[in-house]
Every structure is written in structure tokens, then in C-alpha cells.
Ligand binder design. Sequence first.
Ligand SMILES: O=P(O)(O)OC[C@H]1O[C@H](OP(=O)(O)OP(=O)(O)O)[C@H](O)[C@@H]1O
Ligand SMILES: O=c1cc[nH]c(=O)[nH]1
Ligand SMILES: [Mg+2]
Length: 207
Amino acid sequence: MQLTVVDHPLARARLSRMRDQRTDNAAFRAALRELTQMLVYEATRDLAVAEESITTPVTTTTGYRLAAPPLIVPVLRAGLGMADTAHGMLPESQMGFVGLARNEETFQPEAYMASLPESLVGRHVFVLDPMLATGGSLVHCCTLLTDRGATEITVLCALAAPAGLERLEHSGLPLRVFTASVDEGLDDKAYIVPGLGDAGDRQFGAV
Ligand SMILES: O=P(O)(O)OC[C@H]1O[C@H](OP(=O)(O)OP(=O)(O)O)[C@H](O)[C@@H]1O
Ligand SMILES: O=c1cc[nH]c(=O)[nH]1
Ligand SMILES: [Mg+2]
């Protein structure tokens, strides 16, 4: 597993706004959208490009486009807040969806939907979920993807806990992880510390 911490000053500023308990739902969503831009920008740095000839108003030159836009997969609910921004930056990408809700007593993810192409052979997949806590949700999601043949998965998250990163590492899944911070740890409710609370509730309200 490859880990990249995107600790650019602008990313830190957005993340700090998300952490602050005074930040309301709308401002939290705005900061997450802006942070997502930075995560996508970093995570797409090494994607293959195809060349094409283009004609400017002055002359002909070489243009570039992504050779194979990745499949984008937000993990509902919280990943929804990253989806539109990622899609805006990768407009040719297809989007799939995975719905998971962590049981807050057992901390196990409970799946309630998956809408994915049947085969992901040869497809690079970008998974969006702001929070990597115990890692149970992302292991579940990424296993759905490898079961369909994916061999290249990039995870974008705002925050990661060391325990979740360790779990992903030991899962053997073919992952690159981009996060804006590796936080201190988890509390007794498996919330990330210092964290930002429940990323779904912070965007959409408590359920
Ligand atoms: O690493 P884990 O311990 O599995 O926890 C992380 C998961 O928890 C949050 O979702 P949640 O289950 O709260 O659902 P929600 O997005 O609907 O709020 C978050 O968005 C991750 O999917
Ligand atoms: O801190 C956490 C842990 C899991 N899910 C969240 O939304 N926040
Ligand atoms: Mg939640």
C-alpha cells in the first residue's frame, strides 16, 4: 500500500475548518469540496495521458487527455460530498456507488447498496470517503471492487487513523491512499481523534 499525506497549507486550512465544531453544515461541505480538489489533483498526478494533435488559433501542437479516466466510487453517505467535485475534475469518468453504514456498537460496516459495473478488470478505481477510522468500511468497499476484478484502487480521504491504515496495509488490497492527515488515533467509540466528528452528520445532519 502506498500512502501520501497531502499536507499542503491550503489543504491544512480546509481541514482545520472541517475540524472546527463551530463550522456549520454548509461551510463543512464547502471545505470538503475544496479539499477534494487538492486530493484529486495529487492523486491524478501520475495517470497515463494520451497524446492528440490539436490546432490552436496560431498553429498545430500536441494536446493531452487522460488515457483511461478512472471509475469514481463515493462511499455513501459521507463520500457523496466529494463526488461532484471529483467528477468535475474527471468529467469523462463513470461513477459507481457503495452505501455503507457503520454499526456504532460493533463498528462493523453494514452494506445497504452497491451499484457498480459487473467487471472492473483493467479499470483504475478512485474510492471517495472522507473518513478512514477502523478501516472496516474501506476494506469492505475495496473488496467489492477486487471481487469484480479491480487491481488498482486509489482511496481519497480527508482523515485517516493509524489503525485503519494498518488494517488496509494488512488486507493485501492493491491500494494507494491519499489523505490530508494521519490523526492520533481512535477513541472508545472508534471515532478519529482529534478528528472532526461524524462526517455524514457534519454534512447532512444527524440521522
Ligand atoms: O473506518 P470505519 O471505522 O469503518 O469508519 C469509517 C466510516 O464511517 C463513516 O461512515 P458512516 O458509517 O458513519 O456512514 P455515513 O457516511 O452514512 O454517516 C465514514 O464515512 C466511513 O465510511
Ligand atoms: O471519526 C469518525 C469515525 C468514523 N466515521 C466518522 O464519520 N467519523
Ligand atoms: Mg456517519
